[in-house]
Design a protein around this ligand. Structure first.
Ligand code: ADP
Length: 221
């Protein structure tokens, strides 16, 4: 199995799809948002600055993200592929990542573009809840994605939490950052020839299509 990159607007379903792929193919799920959240548990000036940028929905400087990612990709569990969620967010990160792959002799993998209308992304953001312990994701506004017991994780029984950046104002900032910085990556990877477009309005159908892409290289572009 190859490594997988997602290009997707905020709340397009990257986290949900990554979890499903992780379970089916036993690939590690690397979210740069999670790497950052784990790295800033202290109160140093740099931790506080990153926290402030994340709360406002702005991007974190490339060098910080790249260092955390490089460290993570050195782990043995990445040798046979991994799922990258939230990276690259712009063309300069994509360039740095290409160089990193060459250096580490890792495969270039496949790039999956999760295509979702903006209004649906917004609804997903406003209903999203996640499990702080096992990472499972639920949504109170989307049929079939609710937890069985309100605010309790089906898988491990922990109390579900709402991310502090999951609000309407931060969503608009994050969506604009996506349009300005991330969307140009579609052309970037089209030229590389490893881009697949997947309609991501329905989580179950989306997963089936992703499996087709991964196992048979079927193009939906
Ligand atoms: P979402 O996909 O909903 O935006 P993430 O967990 O991927 O959520 O990211 C949360 C925040 O972490 C982003 O708004 C940004 O501040 C920061 N972040 C995550 N990945 C990157 C990245 N590759 N480059 C810069 N900032 C990032």
């Amino acid at each position: 199995m190859k490594s997988i990159i997602f290009i997707a607007p905020p709340a397009a379903g990257k986290g949900t799809q990554s979890k499903m792929i992780e379970e089916k193919y036993h690939l590690p799920h690397i979210s740069t948002g999670d790497l950052l959240r784990n790295a800033i548990k202290g109160n140093s000036p740099i931790d506080l600055k990153i926290k402030e940028l994340m709360e406002s929905g702005s991007l974190i400087p490339d060098d910080i993200v790249l260092e955390l990612l490089h460290e993570r990709l050195m782990n043995d569990d990445c040798k046979n592929g991994y799922i990258l969620d939230g990276f690259p967010r712009n063309v300069s990160q994509a360039d740095a990542y290409e160089a990193m792959l060459e250096n580490m002799k890792l495969d270039h993998g496949v790039v999956i573009y999760l295509d979702v209308p903006k209004e649906l992304c917004k609804k997903r953001i406003l209903g999203r809840k996640s499990c702080p312990k096992c990472g499972a994701i639920y949504n109170d506004l989307i049929a079939g994605m609710e937890s069985k017991v309100e605010n309790v994780c089906d898988k491990c029984g922990s109390n579900l939490t709402v991310r502090s950046d999951d609000n309407e104002q931060t969503f608009e900032t994050r969506y604009q950052a996506y349009l300005d910085n991330t969307l140009p990556l579609l052309d970037y990877y089209k030229k590389h020839g490893n881009l697949y477009r997947v309609d991501s309005t329905d989580a179950t159908k989306t997963f089936k299509t992703i499996v087709e892409v991964l196992e048979r290289g079927i193009s939906h572009d």
